[in-house]
Ligand binder design. Structure first.
Ligand SMILES: NC(=O)c1ccc[n+]([C@@H]2O[C@H](COP(=O)([O-])OP(=O)(O)OC[C@H]3O[C@@H](n4cnc5c(N)ncnc54)[C@H](OP(=O)(O)O)[C@@H]3O)[C@@H](O)[C@H]2O)c1
Length: 248
């Protein structure tokens, strides 16, 4: 919780920004990374222990530049939080959109991990966090590409945890629906969890000793546990009803 140097992708807004502020308050050094310089600067403003780095996780050269700068300027970096992601509430049938979603959400996470494992390896408290979603476990009826990208992040997290065992801890953060700017209107959408409440519960999970390998708030458990409870179809229908109510 303290004395770490943490790179947070997607740290310019939403969940990543809120985590950046919380971890900075606890005395960690934080570097926020994303494509939009202005939002990174806004996150860092007034916090001498928050730095910024322009980064596109879908671009191999940008990821390599970022890894090189962090190794040079922040040699104590021991944590990577992969928060960068995009979503459309309806990505059905749009293969170009599907390609972008998978390139950022899944391959972006893999690119970042591959680029940072060499410099995290062997560091005290070395940790990688990935961000999946409740929708990794019960797909959104209108979000095949998004849901599959997050199911891919879950699978990759399991693989990586085994691969890095004893060296780098791997924690999967699986948020429920949270009020952020991820999709238009979401920041105020009724029924979504307020961001501050989500972050309070997420930080409390990080504080647990030992830290759970999946950071799950109570709201996500109906989706996370659907398969083991034999309720995937039921929960898919629940998501379909929520979408139908919204479009009424
Ligand atoms: N909010 C929810 O309900 C919810 C639920 C489950 C999972 N999640 C996941 O939580 C993560 C954070 O989402 P959020 O809700 O906080 O939404 P958000 O505010 O839109 O945050 C997403 C961040 O990712 C960055 N990003 C997008 N594409 C990028 C790229 N190619 N390279 C680098 N950065 C990129 C964005 O910044 P730029 O556009 O400036 O690059 C933005 O800061 C995402 O992975 C999302 O899928 C969210």
């Amino acid at each position: 919780m303290t004395d770490n140097t943490i790179l947070i992708t997607g740290g310019g807004s939403g969940i990543g920004q809120a985590l950046a502020w919380r971890f900075a308050q606890l005395g960690n050094t934080v570097i926020v990374a994303g494509r939009t310089e202005a939002s990174l600067e806004e996150t860092a403003q007034g916090h001498e222990n928050i730095h910024s780095q322009v980064l596109d996780v879908a671009d191999d050269a940008s990821v390599a530049d970022c890894a090189e700068r962090i190794a040079r300027e922040f040699p104590d970096c021991n944590m990577l939080i992969n928060g960068a992601g995009i979503m459309s509430l309806d990505d059905r049938g749009d293969m170009e959109l599907a390609r972008r979603i998978i390139d950022i959400n899944l391959l972006g996470t893999m690119r970042m991990c591959e680029a940072f494992i060499p410099q995290l390896s062997g560091k005290p408290g070395a940790t990688i966090c990935t961000t999946s979603s409740g929708l990794a476990f019960v797909p959104l009826p209108t979000g095949p590409a998004y849901s599959a990208s997050k199911a891919g992040v879950h699978s990759y997290s399991l693989q990586l945890r085994q691969q890095l065992k004893g060296d780098i801890a791997v924690i999967e953060i699986a948020p429920p629906a949270v009020q952020t700017g991820l999709t238009p209107g979401q920041a105020t959408r009724e029924g979504y969890m307020p961001l501050d409440d989500y972050i309070d519960e997420t930080m409390a999970n990080f504080e647990k000793d030992p830290t759970p390998v999946e950071n799950l708030v109570a709201n996500v458990l109906p989706l996370r546990n659907a398969e083991r409870e034999g309720k995937v179809e039921e929960r898919q229908e629940m998501l379909a009803r929520m979408l139908a109510q919204r479009s009424e």
